[in-house]
Unconditional design. Sequence first.
Lengths: 518, 346, 348
Amino acid sequence: MAPEPSLLSMSGITKSFPGVRALDGVDLEVQAGEVHCLLGQNGAGKSTLIKVLAGAHQPDDGQITWRGEHITLKSPIAAMRLGIATIYQELDLVAHLSVAENVFLGHEPTTAGFVVRGRDARSATATLLKRLGHPEIDPARLVGELSAAQQQVVSMARALSHDVRLIVMDEPSAALDPDEVDNLFRIVGDLTAAGVAVVYISHRLEEIRRIGDRVTVLKDGRAVAGGLPAESTPTREIVALMTGRNVEYVFPPRPPAGTEYPPPVLTVEGLARDGEFAPLDLELRPGEIVGLAGLVGSGRSEILETVYGARRPSAGRVLVDGTPLRPGSVRSAVRAGLGLAPEERKAQALLMLESVTRNVTVSTLSRFARAGWLDRRAERAAARRATRELSLRPDNPDVPVRTLSGGNQQKAVLARWLLRGCRVLLLDEPTRGVDIGARAELYAVVRRLADEGLAVLLVSSEVPEVLGLADRVLVLREGLVVHTAPARELDEHRVLDLVMEGSPVPTQSVTEEGSATS
Amino acid sequence: MPQIPSRRGLLFGGAAVGATALLASCTSNEPKNSKPAVSDRPAADDKPGKPVTIGFAGPQADHGWLNAINENAKSRAEKYSDVTLEITEGSNDTAAQIGQIETLINKKVDVLVILPADGKALTQVGLKAMRAGIPVVNLDRIFDSPQAYRCWIGGDNYGMGFNAGQYIGEKLKGKQNAKVVELAGLDNLELTKQRTQGFDDALKNYPNITKVARQAAEFTVESGQSKMAQLLQAQKHIDALWNHDDDQGVGALRAIEQAGRDEFLMVGGAGALSAFEQIKQDRGVLKATVLYPPTMAASAIDLARALGQGKGVSGMAEFEIPASITLFSAVVDKTNVDQYMPTGFR
Amino acid sequence: MTQPATPAQQGGPDAGPSPAPAADAPADGAGPLRLLWARADARTLSLLGVLAVLVLIGGITKPDEFLDTRNLQLVLTLSSIIGVVTVGMTFVIMSGGIDLSVGAIVALSSVWASTVATQEFGFAGVLFTAVLVGVGCGLVNGVLIAYGGMVPFIATLAMLASARGLALHITGGKTQTVSIDGILRLGNRDAYVLGVPPLVLVFAAVTVIGWLVLNRTTFGRRTVAVGGNAEAARLAGIDVRRQRLYLYLLSGLCCGIAAFLLLALVGSGQNTNGNLYELDAIAAAIIGGTLLSGGRGTIVGSVLGVLIFTTISNIFALNNLQSDVQQIAKGAIIVAAVLVQRRTASTT
C-alpha cells in the first residue's frame, strides 16, 4: 500500500439497533483515487456502514479520520460539505423536478442569495452530463420521465456537482443493461484518474475484478478481510470469507428421506403476476418446509404475497384442500388457514404501539368476544399460552412489542398464527433483523411447527438458511423457477450459480464454479 | 364488498329506502299560512315606463337578514312589468362574486345592484361597471371609492347602536346604578364595532347606567345561546340587554328562558319577524328591536329602475336620484310594531 | 433473544438522525408495563392538572360566579354537544382518518330534523330524522373513503361543502324554530335529573359507551389496529375497509345525536349550526392525547380536552374578556399540548 495518509479511515465503527448489532467494530480504509469494493451478504452491514459514512446514521462507537483529521459526520449535509457523496440503490431523486433542479437541489446557483439562476444550473448540468457520457439527457426534463439508468446518471451528476472526493455507489449496476454498465465503468475510471476515491458495493464478483483495486469483505457486522487485492484474490477465498461463519447455523434435523407426506394442503396452479413472476405451480404438504431461493428482485416476496392474497394475481389460482381462494383477498386466505410472517415485520405485521397480547390476538379477536364484547382475561391467557409455546422472552404478554428483540418480535408474529390454528405458514425473510444467536432457536421453532403438521413456505435471500431449513427448494431467477430439488441435493455454490446465471456482465474472469451472493 | 346481501341486509335496505322517503318529505318547510315578508306599499311611481334590466349580485343568503334582502329585491322587481331582474347565485367568495358581476357587465344589463361580500375587495369591479357605462347602486356594504357607485343606499350601524342606547337610557331613566350588558355580533366585522360605538356614545348621556359586560356572538342562534348563558351567569342582576342581531337573539332568548331570568328589558337588532311577534305579545323580556331594514333592497330596485329610466325620486325636487341614502334605524316597540310587522323577516 | 430489550435500544434503524433517547426516561427496575401505565396516567393526570389550574383561576377571579352549581351545569351543558361529536371524532382519528364534515353534518341533521314537515312527526320523528341524516352522511363518507379509495381529508371536505350547502338549501337561510315541547323541555331547568341536565346525561352515556367500545370490544381493538398499522391489520386478516366504513358511520351517528341535543338546547335549527365543530373536535382530541397519525388516543383524554376548552371560554366570558383574547389562548393551548405530546412520544 502507498505510504501516504489515506483519504478516509474508519476504525472500530459500531452501531446497534434494537435486537441487532449491525456493525461490530468495522475498519475501513480508502485511498484517494482507488476503487474500493465492499462485499458481503445481505445483513452483513454494508448498508449501515455506508449510511454512517453518509452521515445518515451516527455510530455508537468508533473513529472516522478524513484526510488525516478526526471528524464526526453529524448529518448528510456535513458529509456532503466534506466531499463525501453517496448514490443509494433506491435513488433519492425528486420525480417532479427537472434534471437540473435535482442536480442542484439544496445548492442552487443564486443571485442575491435567493433568486435561482435556472439557466446557469441547466448549463452546468449539461456539462456534468456530458462528462458522464450522457449528453442526450436534457437538463430541463422531469426526472420522473427518465429511465432507471438515466436517473442513475443524474444521481451521479448530483454527486459531482459538489466538490467531491469520495463517492459511495451502492449496487450501481443492479438496474443497468450491459452497455450501460460499460459506461458506468468508464465514468468510474475517469473519476479515479482525477483522484476521486470510489467505494463500490456490488455482489457481482466479475465487476469487482474489472474495476476494483482493493476489496473489504463484511460479514455479520465485522470486516473479515480488509484491503485484499481485487484482481488477484481467488474467488474461492472471497466466497469463503463471505459465507464462512463464526457461529455455524444450527439447523434442526429434517425428517428422513423418503418420508411419506399427507396429500397437499396448499396447491398453487399457474399463479402469475405480470412483470413480477411467471406462472408458478407448487404443492405444499403438511409437515413440509418448501424454500424459495433467489436474489432481491427475483419475485420471492411477490410470490408469497400473491399466494396470501395481498396482491391480486394476473393468472392462476391458489387452492387450500382443493377449494380455491378468492383471488386478492387476504381474508379468504386467512379464513382458509394461511398465515404470513412478512418481510417488513415492523411495517407489515406488528402494531408497534401495542402490547404483545394485542399483537398476538389481532387475528383471532372474535374468538375471545361474545357479541363484540371482549373477554380480556381469556384473550391474555391465550396469548400467554401461544407465546410460552414459542418461548418468547420476556415471558410477559403485557410488554409493548416494540421493546422486544427482532427474534422475539418474529415469535410474536408466529404466535399470532399459531393461536389462529393456521395450517399453512408463509415466512418471508424470517430471520431478517434477528441476532445470529437467536436464529437457531427460530429455526427450531419453524421445524417443530412443521413436525406438528404445518406446511411452511419459506423465502430467504440467505441461501444457507433456505438449504438448511427447507426440505425442498425452488430456485428463482427473475420471476422464473429455474430449478427444483430436495434441499439435501443442493449446496450453496450450486444455488448461487443457478441464481446468478445469466448476469448481465459475462463472467469472463471467474474461473471457478460459484460467485458472490447478494 | 359483500357479494350477496343477507336477508337482514335486505330488511335493513328496505327500512333505509322507507326512511329516505320519509326524510325526503321532511325537507318541506312551507308553513300552512305563509305570507311574504315584504312591504306591500306601492312604489312612488309605478306606471310602466321604459324597460330596464337590473343585475343583482349579493352574498350567499346564509342568514335571515341576507335572505330577506334577496326576497325584497325579487318581489319588488316582480311588481314592475318594465323591470327584468338578473339575479346571481349569492356567494361569499370575493373572486366568485367578481366573476358573477363581470358576467352581468358582459350581458350589458342597464343597472347593477351590488351588495358586496366585502366592500373594499369589490371596489374595482364596481369601477369597471361604472366605466362601462352601467350605473351601480351599491347596497349597504360600501365600496372604497365613490367613483365605483352612482348611488349608495344602506343602513346605519352607528345609528342602530345609538338608538338602542337611547331607548334603553330613556326606559331606565331615574333608576340608580342601572346595569346594562351587550351581546355583540361577530367581532371581526366593522359593523359590530360601529354598533358598539353608537351604543356606548348614547349611554354617555345617562350617567346612571353602566355597561357591565359585553360578549361577542357570531350572528348564529347557537353562539347567541352559549354567550348569553355565560353572560347571565356572570351577571346575577341586570336591567337591560342590547343584542345586535335578532337571529342570534333567538338563541339569547332561549338562554334567558333556560336561566329563568326576567328582571331586565331586552332590545334587539335588525327586525326579524319572530322578534316583532314577541314584542307585540309583550310577554318576555324582548321589548324593542332596532331596525336594520332589509327593505333597503326593495328601495335599491326602485333606485335602479329610476336610474335606468332617467327619472328622479318622487317626493324630491331634484331630477336625479341622490348619491347616497342612509336609512334610519327606527326603534320598533309595542307602540308601533303593527306598522312594521309586514317587513319582518324570517 | 437472550438479552432483554432495554429502553436505550428503542430508536429503530429507520428512526433516522433522531436525537438520543431522552435521559429522563424512567429508570430501570419498573417493568415496561408499569412504564406504559405511568405514561397513560401521566397524560390523563396532566390534563386533569390543566383543568385544576383553570378551576383555580376561575375560582380566584370570579369566586361567586364560577364556583357555583349553575355554572357547573352550564359548562357541562355547553360541553355536551361538541363532546358527543368529539367522541366520534376520536374514533376516526384513532383509525388514522379525519372527519372534517362533523360541523356540517350537525347543521344538516339539525335543520332536516327541524323542518315544519319533520316536526309534524313529533319528538320521535325529529330524533329519528336527526340520527338518520347523521348516519346517512357518515355512510357516504365511509363508502367514499373505504371503498372509493378517497383520502379522508378530501372526502369529508367534500361532505362539509355539500352538507352545508344542503342545509342552506333546506332553510333558505331562515331560522327554524322547534315547537315540540318535549324537545324544548330537555334544555330547560325543570327537566334536570337530580341537578344533572339531560344533555349532560346523554354526553356522559356517549362517553361511557365510547370508552367501553374502544377498550372492551373487538370493534375498538380493530380501530386501534387499523390506525396503528393499516397494512399489518390487513395482513392479519382484518377487514380494514369495512372497519373504516363503520368508523365514519359512527362519527355520523354522533353528529346526529349532537344535532338533536343542539335542537333541544337552542330550540331552533339553522344552517349555521355546528359552526367550526370540526376544528373544535379535532383540537380537543389532540390535546387529549390522540395521535393525528392514528393508533393512539383515549376517550377520557378527548373529553377532558373538550372540558378544558369549554372551561377556558367560560372563564373568559365570566371575566368579560373578548373573543380575540379567547382565540389566542385556545391556539396557545393547542400548541403547548402538542409540544408536550411530542416530548412524550420521543421518550417512548
